[in-house]
Design a protein around this ligand. Structure first.
Ligand code: SF4
Length: 474
């Protein structure tokens, strides 16, 4: 089968679906997703393509007819977990008729090796072809064995419709895929390919539909480098945000991940004038040292980066900033490490994600001679985290006494007490005592007054409860 025409799928009297000339009875699919938000979003899209083929999701691996792995090549731990989990599926395959497939970043670069090493694997597919999963599943059930699909020649124009399989009012919407930057430590350009953007018009229609029919109130525009969005088509992220702003019922717009080199003046201006763009930006800096940034091939200097932060804060004085830091890049000197500590003082981030450098096979950095030991890396990471915590303590203390509108995201137990938690527009989590423990309270909008704030946790009390919508949908 070349391509499935979903509109031509017929439902038979026995409940099966007729796809082309192949009957698909009711089956269960089990999916294991590793890695980043992009992978979780891809999994949602995969599920939305499998539904018309009569698959429903199960969380019980043992009852599934189709086992799917959506893999991540960025983190070593995730890699090891995947190989071990995939290895174990051979027992299940011996006991019942089950198809096994691996997709995502590892499958993109190692599909042939995976198919050779794991006889139980029926097919492997790359990140560029998740929207063609229906065709691959069809091939597998039609009897095709041990095949790999990593590029799809019809995928030149990047066009999708976002499908939501959860019940929350928050949705990730993919706007660009791939990356043209080739940072020296990163495997993404090799696993996700070159940048391809959707069109502004398509995304606006997609989001309007999600708001109107699926109750979405908050969207996060997703991509490896969203600041490059639309460049090849004469469009821009700034333009997209201002178009999305017009959608009634959409309350919050976020975007991630950003590259500092591509944060344009036009986009910074939008941070000042948009009423729906969140008061938060995650802008990964990776290091405070210009010489390390050069070895990372990051294309900006610390001076340029700090100038962008200043401009963002001028445009929107309420903006809250966060970043990513890699500790112990190959051959990082003590002086270069200290430059990162100085940067933390200057930038005054609300929070950071920090990691020890670890080499990814196939990248430029993995071929660098490196004299740093595991101990030096570990010590530097601890210093960075301790330094940031002191800054964070002060930054968060300024929240006390202020009121924030929060979307209630869940509840949890803190020191034996059940509390609700919600996220502010500026991406901070606040815990508060419940007026009710009723699960229906989930996804209420509430105003919370902050009663205490430390580096790691904020507590608040309810001032006002708006229910599930602050703006009625028209
Ligand atoms: S911009 Fe991000 S995704 Fe692209 S190569 Fe650099 S680190 Fe990787």
């Amino acid at each position: 089968m070349e391509q499935i025409n979903y509109e031509e799928i017929k439902t038979l009297e026995n409940g099966s679906k007729l796809v082309g000339d192949l009957e698909f009875p009711k089956r269960k699919v089990w999916v294991k997703t590793y890695g980043c938000q992009m992978n979780y979003h891809d999994t949602e899209r995969i599920l939305s393509h499998l539904e018309p083929l009569n698959f429903s999701l199960t969380s019980r691996q043992e009852e599934a007819d189709l086992l799917l792995f959506n893999t991540c090549a960025i983190r070593d731990l995730a890699n090891q977990k995947f190989y071990s989990h995939l290895g174990n599926t051979k027992h299940q395959k011996k006991q019942k008729e089950v198809k096994v497939a691996a997709g995502g970043c590892i499958a993109q670069t190692e599909s042939k090796e995976l198919l050779k090493k794991y006889p139980q694997l029926d097919f492997a597919f790359g990140t560029d072809v998740v929207d063609n999963i229906g065709e691959m599943v069809y091939r597998a059930y039609a009897g095709d064995k041990k095949f790999a699909v990593t590029s799809w020649d019809r995928a030149d124009n990047y066009s999708i419709q976002t499908k939501i399989t959860h019940g929350s009012p928050q949705a990730f919407v993919n706007i660009i895929k791939g990356c043209d930057k080739f940072c020296s430590y990163c495997i993404v350009p090799f696993t996700r390919g070159r940048e391809k953007s959707r069109s502004v018009a398509e995304i606006v229609n997609d989001v309007a539909r999600l708001v109107q029919y699926q109750g979405i109130q908050e969207v996060t525009l997703l991509g490896q480098n969203v600041n490059s969005f639309g460049k090849k088509n004469g469009e821009s992220l700034a333009q997209l945000i201002m178009e999305l702003e017009k959608i009634t019922g959409l309350e919050i717009i976020r975007y991630t991940t950003s590259h500092p080199y591509d944060i344009s003046d036009e986009l910074i201006e939008v941070h000042g004038k948009s009423k729906k763009l969140a008061n938060h930006l995650h802008l990964p800096v990776q290091s405070g040292s210009n010489t390390v940034l050069q070895r990372m091939l990051r294309q900006y200097s610390i001076e340029h980066y700090l100038e962008r932060l200043d401009a963002l804060r001028k445009a929107n004085p309420h903006i809250v900033l966060s970043t990513d830091i890699i500790a112990g890049f190959p051959n990082e000197t003590q002086q270069e490490h200290e430059a990162t500590l100085e940067l933390l003082d200057k930038a005054q981030y609300d929070f950071i994600y920090s990691y020890n450098y670890s080499a990814r096979k196939g990248t430029k950095a993995s071929r660098m001679r490196d004299i740093l030991t595991k101990e030096i890396r570990g010590r530097r990471l601890r210093e960075i985290q301790a330094h940031q915590l002191k800054i964070q303590e002060k930054v968060r203390a300024s929240m006390v006494g202020k009121t924030y509108r929060v979307l209630v995201e869940g509840k949890g137990t803190m020191k034996g007490e059940v509390k609700w938690k919600g996220r502010t527009n500026c991406f901070r989590i606040v815990h508060f005592r419940p007026e009710t423990l009723d699960q229906d309270y989930l996804w209420h909008w509430v105003d919370l007054k902050i009663t205490s704030a430390t580096a790691l946790s904020c507590q608040g009390e309810i001032i006002r409860d708006y229910g599930k919508r602050v703006t009625p949908i028209q």
